[in-house]
Design a protein around this ligand. Structure first.
Ligand SMILES: *Cc1c(COP(=O)(O)O)cnc(C)c1O
Ligand code: SF4
Length: 342
């Protein structure tokens, strides 16, 4: 959209940027929108250094007057987050700050053949269980000098055939910035796949504009978008419209989830999620066991329970509806799959 004002030609913010800036950041406002009050909640809420942040669209997908709504529990800042008592929870649960992983500012190279770029710290939503909630983004943002260093690194590592743009959320970038980034990366002849990890289609589907789809599809080889939905209630008609458009543009669509106590820790809910995702042309990819990040222990599901859920899913659904249950173990050569009995 282009508009003129007294200072000449200017780009006006797009609708999605406006919606993003109007995200709810206040606990009491969020509760009020849902017809709840602090007093009637069965748990204590409190602001936290990792601020509450949720787009109004996502709030509208929540059930009114339900303090246990599975979408609400993913974003609500609880008093308990400050007093994690389970052993093993810390600020860098997957080792992203270790020098052998973080090879350059903004570049994580852990696994063979692919690298992950933390292009921005900005997300449309703040998920309370996020394993990067304490990650020092300000030291890792993608400045043009850093991008140049990353390109040099990739030129010296022709075995890297895939770049993953993550964050934060890469779709926080403007279409123009994404277009420039994709066109820069497209100059590397070795790249066969360009992958985006994003929660925008789920929490703010209006972000998926035709300009965005055009920008990410200019990559000459395969473009992959990995969504992040945890519960079937997150799969709305708006999300479906967005994923259908990406599908029609030839983009491969996958989903990853996190196994979260009280939200999706049962086979029926997870099968329903997979069915709705496939309806929206999205294949279930990973179900990640919770990374033990400080502040998230109330979401923890024990390993034995996770295995039981996986086995129940395998017995009740088509193979492609069962995501791979994986754990991020420091030092491993890939995400580590859980072994089941079936
Ligand atoms: C999870 C992750 C990847 C992607 O792994 P896939 O198994 O290919 O999905 C790549 N790099 C880093 C640093 C990761 O944490
Ligand atoms: S959108 Fe992803 S990176 Fe952002 S807070 Fe949620 S889980 Fe973390």
């Amino acid at each position: 959209m282009i508009a003129r004002n007294s200072s000449g030609l200017q780009l006006t913010p797009q609708d999605w940027q406006k919606s993003l800036s109007e995200a709810v950041t206040d606990i009491d406002e969020l509760l009020e929108l849902l017809g709840l009050t602090r007093k009637e909640l069965p748990y204590a809420v409190a602001p936290n250094a990792f601020a509450l942040r949720v787009p109004r669209y996502f709030v509208a997908q929540m059930e009114s007057r339900n303090p246990y709504d599975p979408l609400l529990l993913q974003v609500l800042s609880l008093a308990d987050e400050k007093t994690d008592t389970l052993p093993g929870f810390n600020h860098d649960p997957v080792g992203d700050r270790r020098p052998e992983t973080r090879l350059l500012p903004g570049l994580l190279h852990k696994y063979h053949g692919r690298v992950l770029l933390t292009v921005t710290g900005a997300c449309a939503v703040h998920c309370r269980y996020c394993f990067r909630r304490h990650f020092p983004y300000q030291d890792n943002l993608l400045t043009s000098a850093r991008l140049q260093e990353i390109l040099n690194y990739l030129q010296n590592h022709p075995e890297v055939e895939e770049v993953i743009l993550s964050g934060g959320d890469p779709f926080s970038f403007s279409d123009q910035k994404l277009l420039e980034l994709v066109s820069t990366l497209s100059t590397l002849p070795q790249l066969k796949r360009l992958r985006f990890h994003t929660r925008f289609p789920v929490v703010l589907p209006e972000r998926i504009t035709s300009a965005l789809i055009h920008a990410i599809s200019t990559f000459p080889n395969t473009t992959v978008v990995v969504l992040h939905a945890n519960h079937p209630n997150e799969i709305s008609a708006e999300l479906k419209a967005a994923t259908e458009q990406m599908h029609q543009a030839g983009i491969l669509l996958l989903n990853q989830s996190v196994l979260l106590r009280g939200i999706n820790d049962d086979a029926k809910t997870l099968v329903r999620l997979s069915e709705r995702l496939v309806d929206a042309k999205v294949l279930p990819y990973y179900l990640n066991l919770l990374d033990k990040v400080s502040g998230s222990s109330h979401f923890f599901v024990a390993l034995e329970e996770a295995k039981r859920i996986m086995e129940e899913m395998l017995k009740s659904a088509s193979g492609y509806l069962v995501p791979r249950f994986v754990e991020d173990q420091i030092g491993a050569a890939s995400k580590v799959p859980l072994e089941g009995e079936c």
